[in-house]
Ligand binder design. Sequence first.
Ligand SMILES: Cc1ncc(COP(=O)(O)O)c(C=O)c1O
Length: 626
Amino acid sequence: MDSDKKKEAAPFFKALKNFALTKADMWSTPGHGGGQGLKSSVLGREFYEFFGKNIFRADISSSVPSLGTILDHEGAAEDAEKNAAEIFGADTTFFVLNGTSTANKVVFFATCAPGDIVLVGRNCHKSIMHSIILNEVTPIYLKPAKNSYGLIGPVPQSEFTHEAIKQKIKESPIVTNKRIRKVQLTVLTNSTYDGLIYDVDKIKEKMSALTHFLHFDEAWYAYGHFHPFYANRYAMSPYQKKRGVKRPPVFATQSTHKLLWAFSQGSMLHYKMGTNKFELDVQGLKEANLFHASTSPFYPLFASIDISAAIMDSDGEKLMGKALDEAIKFRKEIINRYKKHKKADSWYFELWQQEMKLKHVNKDPKNWIIDGSEPWHGFEGLEKENVLLDPLKVTLLTPGIEENGEMQPFGIPASIVSKFLNTRKIIPEKTGFYNILFLFAPGVGEQKEERLVKALDEFKTLYDRNEPISGIFPELINDYPHIYTPEMGLKDLANKVHDFLYINQIFEIIPKMYNDLPEQVMAPHKAYYGLVDSKAEYLSLDEIAGRVAVFMILPYPPGIPLIMPGERFPQSGGILDFLRMSERFDNMFPGFSTEFHGVKKIENEDGKIEYRISCLKRSKKEAAAQ
Ligand SMILES: Cc1ncc(COP(=O)(O)O)c(C=O)c1O
């Protein structure tokens, strides 16, 4: 696009709408032919009427010439992506239709060859870990901070030094070239799931001598560019010109669907040149994208990314300012309630945030910077000015655990609160053992907030009255009558679950599990190929100590791996304790079980749930040595 030409807002959406309204006869895919094909059956008609005519008219094949081709980034599709690059501060932007899970894979595929060394935050999403396997690269991990709430924090600055990285390369049993001066790619998650945002400019400066490419996974943070609150803390931020300071080429991958308005799976991949003006081979990036994209893109999905960019262009700052105001208002509401109940010697939900005077709960970023020495966050090793807590990611704490990790005799596990909220048609983003995450996406609105506060108050009332669960969770009593009885109260249930977690000292298990990274035995892809080569077997938890994992294992959410393929389970403690505890928990509290990826749950003859884990078979020599 000619840069002097005024850009048209949402060009792809407009072209698609214009085409859909022509009601052309479609002799091409998709088979529903603009929805007509569905109308000949009763169910088909119900489906058609539920979604409405336009979604079907807009769901077209790539053979419509007036729209250009999405996969070749031509025509209206190209205009839309060029607009988005300008709007989000990138040199190049692609819309990716299989979410940031795929955008991450495209970045790896465009930048890494087998054997390349990549530096990856161990708190990265599993799609980054999948990319490591798919591209057969050699990972070195940056260790994130963890706290006793089970929240996984950012990577401390001390991990980004030349010495720290050199030491990791030296110690790695799977890196063969120890003399390497720069790693190929470094990947960090910005912001973390729980809203911790790096000082990105500082990281770019620090990393320019250490990595060829820098990649920020901003799946949860597509909006950093649009409000001064987030200045210098997002991947595509403009360079602050400093003499002699270099920055590497930077990628950002963002789920436009997570907190903006795209349909699910709508993401953007942005690229920005470094100070050495390294020109990315855009054709190469297109090719990498083609490896991962379906040849039948869903046009309304593409249009929804386009429209999100256009909205942010015209109203981004206003909308983000309003979202921050709403989140801040909600936070104040919770703080006030907490104080009121505390005064009356009662309990209420708390917020995971800085202790500050109510007047400082505002839009000044200074108030949200994490001071490493403060106890509230529970992380160790963080420096001042390093990370910022995003007010839009609201973590509510339920009673049961102190910031120093000490468990209290009284507690209300968060899974019970979340289950209750579900009964009130409220769906939180993530539930931990004693914390629940709510996302204040732009446009949340007052009434939605009021409903949430009302439901939290209602939970407190029912809990304090020990209201029978028969009226609250009747399905638990129907489905598992041997465990949950009609006379059981809400407080009884909470006590029972809390007692289990207390006795098992869950908060000793969690930090150990994340702190002691398992021993790397081989590159992840080599272990994964054990599966395809029939060199893997499923083992019970009593059998996995010392064995090498074939799948990554991760609780979902947050989707961050506890062990990677090619890593060895410890002989005792760490992840073993966590898996054993989870297996017992699933049997004691059905209806509240943890979702794991990489764990096969089977039901034995007694109806007991048992975990099975895929491990590499031992060679005859290894087996004999045992
Ligand atoms: C940090 C991070 N990156 C990537 C993804 C994947 O994003 P998507 O759902 O858009 O594929 C997620 C999803 O939860 C995530 O948390």
